[in-house]
Design a protein around this ligand. Structure first.
Ligand SMILES: *[C@@H]1O[C@H](CO)[C@@H](O)[C@H](O)[C@H]1NC(C)=O
Ligand SMILES: *[C@@H]1O[C@H](CO)[C@@H](O)[C@H](O)[C@H]1NC(C)=O
Length: 855
């Protein structure tokens, strides 16, 4: 006899389906009801019984989709792999589901949308996007008879060039197919419907979702969305962000998700903009005014967007987890009356965080504010009571507390400075990013430096302070006070993340008060220490988990944050901050132990050993190990550049391999393998040419200022760009309107650089308001689906007072083409140099052109 709980059906199925091949004849048993199901018979080893629940999420099925979708390789927008093969596969699977569930209580409508549009956003310094006939597959599942209120679930199946994109984002589409399957197969209808949007142009900086939310007739009925993304490969998917406002969405996740993984800290960090990536979440929020939940896989970001992002690196368990969660959350929301009337429940934020992935704690931000202030008040009362104790002779306690707080703050500054000096030394030695493939080494170097310095400063302070008893106790109060200050500050700023210092104050304070007697009688006995640590365990474990997430995200980001941000400074600061935070309630142990000599000696030796290993170059940043690759990211564009003068004649022309390193180490480690890539071919930005005169695919010239240009023969793609000025006329309001046409491959970039004294007043893109970037130039990202008509666009330019010292004319216009697939993507020179690249590098390469005109 087997009792099967609803949530374990899928597990039972998985186990049985692994044995599936062993079954010769199978009796199909369909478990129709949710909830407790009894199978009132005995299963003997010789019985051939296949259990199958069509209503739960089958990771094995989803995995099959994942393997099918990724089997075609990279799927950039416009490629047959994306627009024909993947679209064909998805439509075929959706049709299968439609036919299979046609008799059920739901109806399924499929619509392939090929939108054209444009928009501007301020992401990456500000740029504009134009798309023509990119692909969306929208699948609407609703009760027969229809509904007015819909959820939206979004994934994308396109990829960046040269990556199979299993995690980003084929796995999400595979999960969504299977979620669709099980929802469509439910025997009782849901009151509301859901649109599954398989979007085919996200890597093109969020184009397809914009096409859907601004143009699709169903978009107006969408009340909330779930977006499935990746910033890493595999692992658990974490709630990146939710909202804006709409606390009921978080509540739905909290109540329904089977394996919750979320913290409001992540959301507030992400929304502060320090993570250089963005998801469709932004488009739905800003252009659709729809609240939602953004989920993303975050582990192993080292190989995201590389050739290593393959299906075999995604565990079936990850898929099962994601599927269980999404299915459960959708089931919950499709029954929730809050979906129908979301405006009623719109206001307020939620504080939410999970404890070890077991439970999610969630409460309204208002409650959080009250709670935080209560904890802060309790702390001040505790400190005030101490200050007013008799025997504290005229504020001696207050003076000591102030003094000790000063020492603590000074110890932070000294520590941070010392660790930064070590970071600088590492950078000067040319050993940047040694921790990229040896993370523990960063902890051993910067962690020991930080801990050692803290202990040293406090040991000195203790020796100078000698004779004052009760210092241990005093330092506990100092930590309490400092955490309490950050609690009050964060709460005052309205940040939900204030719950972290709240935990860091409430638990230690409660522990301390409970243990006061023990300490009084026996001092820092073993029993006291153990109980003290137990009391700190919960906030500390949670805090360490947050720190783990920070490193999980930021360490890989240093591999793609450009040549300008020194990664040592970032990592050293993060490690130091983590040390400072974690050490707080342990500081007073320094004042309780007799001597710190041995600890310091131990830390010092570890530091010296790692420092020597690092400076001898034994810690190499990159690796091609198949189990945990740490590829160095490089863009390699074989390019021909043509510059025209004001008269339209070709002024100069050259060709070369344009090399862009994604990280701070530049080409330092590449040169030994490919000697001609060395600093003698470093380029310099030509300020008189749009975007420095190079074919930037993304508007990130401010992040990657160092690039290299190795002379090479001309490229000759089969369909070269045709670019022309169609008309140039003076308007009655004093501007000059110029209209252009361009025809070329699926991806082109348009760069506009009005010369000094001239400015763009309006144009044909977005809302008509020209969006400039950090340096006052304009970047327009163009892409089209399978085939598209000639692209025409216009702008109006106003010349107020021309500057004779600048380039001739009023504006420079440049257009770049990018050949991301097919025979045009490769040239013999590219192949030859790629063969010589070290195996630990991931050079993503393609053919480009750059043509500049002056008007
Ligand atoms: C669920 O799927 C099974 C197997 O294909 C099918 O027999 C059944 O009719 C489906 N139920 C519904 C409600 O679609
Ligand atoms: C550096 O590169 C240039 C051009 O690519 C090449 O001519 C030169 O030999 C290289 N220098 C070394 C030391 O390899």
């Amino acid at each position: 006899r087997i009792d099967i709980q609803d949530e374990s059906i899928s597990r039972v199925y998985r186990e049985i389906s692994e044995l599936e091949s062993g079954f010769t004849s199978a009796n199909h048993l369909s478990l129709e009801q949710a909830g407790m199901v009894y199978c009132p018979f005995t299963v003997e080893p010789h019985h051939n019984i296949l259990f199958r629940s069509f209503q739960s999420f089958l990771a094995s099925q989803s995995r099959r989709h994942l393997e099918q979708i990724t089997s075609v390789g990279a799927r950039p927008v416009g490629s047959p792999e994306n627009e024909v093969l993947t679209v064909g596969y998805l439509l075929e699977q959706i049709e299968k589901i439609r036919v299979e569930t046609a008799a059920g209580p739901h109806q399924l409508t499929v619509d392939v949308q090929r939108p054209t549009g444009s928009f501007s956003i301020d992401f990456l310094g500000g740029f504009t996007s134009f798309y023509d006939r990119v692909t969306n597959i929208a699948v609407r599942l609703e009760p027969k008879g229809g509904t007015q209120h819909l959820m939206l679930a979004n994934c994308h199946f396109d990829t960046v060039a040269n990556s199979p994109g299993a995690s980003d984002d084929a796995v999400s589409c595979a999960v969504m197919l299977e979620v669709l399957h099980s929802l469509a197969n439910q025997s009782t209808p849901f009151p509301y419907g859901v649109i599954f949007l398989f979007n085919g142009a996200e890597e093109n900086i969020l184009q397809a979702s914009h096409g859907f939310i601004t143009q699709h007739p169903w978009a107006k009925q969408v009340r909330a969305f779930i977006n499935l993304e990746a910033a890493g490969v595999g692992g658990k998917e974490v709630v990146f962000q939710t909202g804006p406002e709409n606390p009921w969405l978080v509540q739905a996740y909290v109540q329904a998700a089977k394996h919750p993984f979320a913290s409001v800290v992540g959301q507030e960090v992400f929304q502060s903009g320090i993570i250089p990536s963005d998801t469709d979440f932004r488009i739905y929020r800003d252009f659709g005014n729809i609240p939602g939940i953004d989920l993303a896989f975050i582990e192993n970001g080292f190989i995201y967007h590389t050739k290593y992002d393959t299906a075999d690196r995604i565990l079936t368990d990850s898929i099962q987890r994601a599927g269980d969660n999404i299915l459960a959350v959708l089931k919950y929301l499709l029954k929730s009356e809050k979906l129908a009337d979301s405006s009623e429940y719109r206001h307020g934020n939620m504080v939410f965080f999970d404890l070890l992935g077991v439970v999610v704690v969630a409460y309204p931000a208002r409650v959080g504010t009250i709670l935080n202030y209560m904890v802060a008040t309790a702390t001040f009362l505790y400190l005030a009571k101490k200050a007013s104790l008799p025997g504290n002779g005229g504020g001696r306690y207050v003076r000591d507390l102030a003094c000790a707080t000063g020492v603590a703050v000074m110890s932070w500054i000294v520590t941070l400075l010392s660790v930064l000096i070590v970071a600088l030394l590492v950078t000067l030695l040319g050993r940047s990013m040694f921790w990229y493939n040896h993370f523990y080494a960063a902890i051993c170097l910067y962690g020991t430096a930080a801990t050692g310095k803290m202990i040293l400063v406090h040991t000195l302070a203790k020796n100078l302070y000698f004779g004052v008893s009760g210092l241990g106790d005093l330092y506990f109060d100092v930590s309490l006070l400092l955490w309490c200050c950050s609690l009050v500050w964060l709460t005052h700023q309205g940040l939900c993340s204030a719950y972290v210092p709240m935990l860091m104050v409430a638990f230690p304070l409660a522990t301390k008060l409970l243990l006061a007697k023990e300490f009084k009688h026996r001092g820092a006995s073993v029993k006291y220490s153990v109980l003290y640590l137990l009391g700190l365990a919960l906030p500390y474990v949670h805090f360490m988990f947050l720190i783990w997430v920070v490193f999980e995200i930021f360490t890989p980001i240093m591999g793609r944050s450009g040549t300008e941000i020194p990664p040592e400074v970032v990592l050293a600061s993060l490690v130091t901050l983590a040390t400072i935070f974690l050490s707080s309630f342990f500081l007073h142990f320094i004042y309780l132990v007799r001597s710190t000599k041995w600890i310091l000696a131990g830390l010092g030796s570890v530091f010296i050993v790692v420092f020597l290993l690092m400076s001898c170059g034994l810690l190499f940043p990159y690796s091609d190990s198949p189990d945990s690759p740490r590829p160095k990211r490089v863009f390699l564009q074989h390019t021909t550049r043509t510059f025209h003068n004001l008269q339209g004649q070709v002024e100069s022309q050259d060709s070369g391999l344009w090399i862009n390193s994604f990280d701070y180490t530049g080409i330092q480690h590449i040169t030994p393998h490919v000697p001609e890539i060395n600093d003698s071919v470093r380029t310099h930005c030509r300020e008189d040419r749009p975007f420095c005169g190079y074919p930037w695919f993304l508007p990130v010239k401010f992040l990657s200022k160092k690039n290299w240009y190795l002379p090479a023969p001309e490229v000759s793609p089969s369909s070269p760009v045709e670019f022309s000025l169609l008309s140039k006329e003076e308007t009655s309001w004093g501007t000059i309107k110029m209209t252009f046409s361009a025809k070329g491959p699926s991806h082109m970039s348009l760069y506009l650089m009005p010369h000094r004294g001239a400015s763009l007043s309006t144009w044909s893109f977005g809302d008509g308001k020209p969006q400039f970037d950090l340096s006052g130039e304009y970047f327009i990202f163009y892409s089209h689906g399978l085939d598209a008509p000639t692209w025409t666009f216009w702008f109006e330019i106003q010349v107020l007072d021309p500057d004779p010292s600048g380039p001739e004319g009023m504006i420079s216009v440049a257009i770049s083409s990018h050949y991301f697939f097919g025979p045009d993507q490769r040239t013999a020179q590219l192949e030859e140099i790629l063969r010589r690249f070290p195996t630990w590098a991931f050079p993503s390469s393609w053919v480009s052109t750059y043509d500049m005109y002056r008007y």
